[in-house]
Write a protein that binds this ligand. Structure first.
Ligand SMILES: Nc1nc2c(c(=O)[nH]1)N[C@@H](CNc1ccc(C(=O)N[C@@H](CCC(=O)N[C@@H](CCC(=O)N[C@@H](CCC(=O)O)C(=O)O)C(=O)O)C(=O)O)cc1)CN2
Ligand SMILES: [Zn+2]
Length: 762
């Protein structure tokens, strides 16, 4: 029989119990013992859920108080100087300080560790900081404690640990410039120590995650794999090397031959690697096949997966394991919780619990093809596949006809930028260094509670609209008082910048409890694209016009772009991402045009996920960049020259995609730059980026209020790289996670900084 295992389970909890406990702890409303109780209970529930679903070997080490990479930094003693406790002993407080930063009398100033995207997901990890004299020592007992905890509950567990090369790859060197790989020899002994301790606890298998094996790796990193694993092998634990999010391609031989006892590969993202791996895998090794998609919510086509598994089983026998493609961290927890989803649609979906059931039944089907539950599951899967393929709710001829009729002309503004900007300047009458914000203002508890009451039917639509109008008035008044030049309505009415639009588009479904962790305690509820997408009516025009009616200043209309809508949703798999992006682009284009017709002079189309959508392998970049920037232009090109189109991007490296950013041809782009000290602008300068730019002058992820002088300094740096006529002044990103007091204080400073620059350049 094939063994059913899981690479990791969501930690946040079915009802976001972990989020609520973390936030209560930070507010001082829950003590550490209380927080630890919540964690312990969640782990117990999650192991039980997986075991009851039929998983034979359960993951431990997938739980984290904030982020799994951060847990590893504590385990390895990689604690930046500014957070190092006096007695050298890291505590939960140390961990949260590293994640969230400190700024107080007792502990001084310490900016949080940088946060960045986990491969091509919407999960963010905390970037380890390495110094040239970096030492590593075991400094965190969590993995061992949780292993004991699981074993005390009677579970058969497999601890999960990030491999040494992936861990180093994810980190950043600080201070002196040096090669991270030089740290490998110092780090490796810790793996030996960890494995020895796990073996002493009675562990048989450990999972070592090395997802960087699916990237284009430099040769020295490839070489380092052999060296590292030859050194690691000298101990009694069995090791499963896990790769996911893509195919091994030219690293396949390397991965197959490392001296470990098993290899996991992602057959959902890269089914093509299957036959080759069978030929290359040494005969002693276990092969774990990730056939159930851990990154999407569609039920697995069991028939299809089983065909591969049966074939593999003939060759491998008991050396075949079955798993989800990657950790289920990226899936919502339990579909059973959804009580308001349409029954047919619900029958097409699987969340983490259901995915474990799929893995288990597939593992059983390999050796017991006639078992009643296997036959039942296969029949059900077949009927899901046929009902979906034929469903009239998926295929909309009018949408397909419109997409087919798109011409190159539709994705091109009427005139080149130079002509457009002259007309826009004439009409907008803005000062040099115009100030603006990225869109959202604080999403206060009051706003969320009003929305909850409205959704539960406890607040009427009219009363909800009134409550949101009050918020918009408040935001507009404050912006006028602060003296900002281009105003926003503040996005109070939006639960999320993607979900809000998804709720108003045909072809999208949304869940009530489908939460997925984005970072720390912050979660998102990705909507589900199930069919051809269209916009039945205007989505934002009334809100934006209400806001514009309150002021003589220019009100910027705020939309989310097609690539971001797609990347932050659960997408279809029966049509390409490109086609879905085009459908979204047409819907957004109609909204842009409606805003223009309603008298709105500036429209911002956010593409925060543009960079995240980039394939992990460079060979696939050109095709993606081509359709992604074309989709943006399609949204933005239905308007007159006078209408100014903005876009916004965050969490982005731009150097290697400048050409495509320029190809988007937005009149103004606002970007995150403050944490990198305007370094990002080098790319814009080097490329001679032609359009207007708003480099963020302060980091909105931190409650810290930067001084005027700090922002003036950043703006002067920007002015050295970009002609001042083309510079805007704005924060790094939206302000929804901030409170009002710090938001106002920071914006007062920002406006002063802009005024000072105007004087300097007058
Ligand atoms: N989709 C997406 N991905 C993204 C981003 C993004 O904005 N959206 N930004 C980056 C990540 N940054 C993020 C920043 C903030 C939040 C965030 O604040 N999330 C909220 C949830 C937002 C939401 O959906 N809110 C709903 C529901 C809020 C809620 O929890 N309501 C309570 C009741 C009210 C209360 O007690 O607060 C409940 O249902 O129990 C609403 O406003 O209506 C959270 O974790 O709390 C998420 C990601 C990258 N990826
Ligand atoms: Zn942003």
């Amino acid at each position: 029989m094939a063994l059913a295992h899981s690479l990791g389970f969501p930690r946040i909890g079915r009802d976001r119990e972990l989020k609520k406990a973390q936030e209560a702890f930070w507010k001082g409303e829950l003590n550490e013992a209380g927080l630890r109780d919540v964690g312990r209970e969640l782990r117990k529930v999650h192991w039980d859920l997986q075991k009851n679903a039929g998983i034979d070997l359960l993951p431990v080490g997938d739980f984290a108080w904030y982020d799994q990479v951060l847990s590893h930094s504590l385990m390895f003693g990689v604690i930046p100087e500014r957070f190092r406790p006096h007695d050298g002993k890291a505590t939960l407080q140390t961990l949260f300080n590293m994640a969230r930063g400190v700024s107080n009398a007792c502990c001084g100033e310490g900016h949080a560790q940088e946060m960045t995207k986990w491969f091509d997901t919407n999960y963010h990890y905390l970037v380890p900081e390495f110094s040239v004299d970096q030492q590593f020592q075991l400094g965190w007992e969590q993995l061992f404690e949780e292993t004991e905890e699981a074993r005390a509950l009677g579970h058969n567990v497999k601890p999960v640990i990030i491999g040494p090369l992936t861990y180093l790859w994810l980190g950043k060197t600080k201070g002196a410039d040096f090669d991270k790989l030089d740290l490998l020899d110092r780090l490796l002994p810790l793996y030996g120590q960890i494995f020895a301790r796990l073996a002493a606890l009675g562990v048989e298998w450990v999972q070592i995650d090395e997802p960087i094996l699916v990237l284009d790796l430099p040769q020295d990193w490839k070489n380092a794999f052999e060296r590292a694993y030859n050194q690691i092998q000298r101990d009694p634990l069995k090791k499963l090397l896990a790769t996911y999010f893509g195919g091994l391609e030219e690293n396949l031989g390397l991965a197959a031959n490392l001296p470990v006892d098993g290899l996991h590969i992602d057959l959902v993202r890269a089914p093509d690697q299957y036959p080759t791996i069978l030929d290359r895998l040494p005969a002693y090794k276990v092969l774990s096949l990730g056939v159930v998609n851990g990154r999407n919510v569609w039920r697995c086509d069991l028939q299809n997966a089983l065909a591969t598994l049966r074939h593999a089983h003939e060759r491998l026998g008991d050396r075949l394991w079955v798993a989800p493609s990657c950790s289920l961290l990226h899936s919502p927890v339990d579909l059973g919780r959804e009580d308001q989803l349409d029954a047919e649609l619900k029958s097409w979906l699987a969340f983490a619990v259901q995915k474990c059931e799929e893995v288990a039944v597939l593992a059983q089907a390999v050796s017991e093809p006639e078992a009643p539950q296997v036959l039942r599951a296969l029949a059900q899967s077949r009927s899901v596949q046929t009902s979906r393929a034929a469903s009239p709710r998926i295929h909309k001829p009018e949408v397909q006809t419109r997409v087919a009729a798109i011409t190159a002309r539709d994705a091109q503004r009427q005139s080149p930028f130079a002509q457009r900007i002259a007309k826009q300047r004439g009409k907008l009458d803005l000062p040099l260094f115009p100030t603006t914000t990225i869109g959202s203002f604080p999403q206060t508890a009051a706003i969320r509670l009003a929305r909850q009451a409205y959704k539960q039917g406890k607040l009427s639509a009219a009363d909800y609209t009134d409550a949101m109008h009050t918020e918009i008035r408040h935001a507009v008044e404050i912006q006028e008082r602060l003296g900002l030049d281009v105003l926003v309505h503040g996005e109070a009415e939006r639960n999320d910048m993607v979900e809000y639009f998804a709720e108003q588009l045909d072809g999208y479904a949304f869940t009530r409890f489908g939460w997925v962790q984005s970072y720390g305690s912050r979660c998102v509820k990705p909507a589900v694209i199930f069919g051809d997408l269209s916009r039945p009516q205007a989505m934002t025009v009334e809100w934006i016009c209400y806001a514009q009616g309150l002021t003589d200043k220019v009100m910027k209309g705020m939309l989310t772009g097609p690539v971001t809508m797609l990347m932050w949703s659960f997408a279809r798999e029966d049509v390409s991402r490109e086609v879905q992006a085009r459908q979204l682009a047409l819907a957004i284009r109609d909204e842009v045009n409606d805003l223009e017709a309603a008298g709105i002079k500036i429209v911002q189309i956010d593409e925060a996920a543009f960079r995240e959508g980039l394939p992990l392998r460079r060979a696939q970049w050109p095709a993606y960049l081509e359709w992604a920037s074309a989709a943006f232009r399609l949204c933005a090109s239905g308007v007159r020259d006078e209408t100014q189109i903005h876009t916004h991007m965050c969490y982005s490296e731009f150097n290697d995609v400048m050409e495509s950013i320029a190809a988007m041809d937005a009149d103004v782009i606002t970007i995150e730059t403050s944490r990198s000290d305007m370094e990002l602008l080098e790319a814009f300068e080097a490329f001679a980026y032609p359009n207007d730019i708003g480099p963020g002058v302060y980091d909105i992820h931190s409650p810290r209020i930067p001084d005027v002088s700090e922002m003036v300094g950043l703006l002067r740096k920007a002015a050295q790289r970009i002609p001042v006529e083309r510079l805007w002044v704005n924060p790094d990103c939206g302000l929804k996670t901030r409170g009002w007091p710090e938001t106002e204080a920071a914006l007062v400073h920002m406006v002063s900084a802009a005024r000072q620059l105007r004087k300097e350049w007058a």
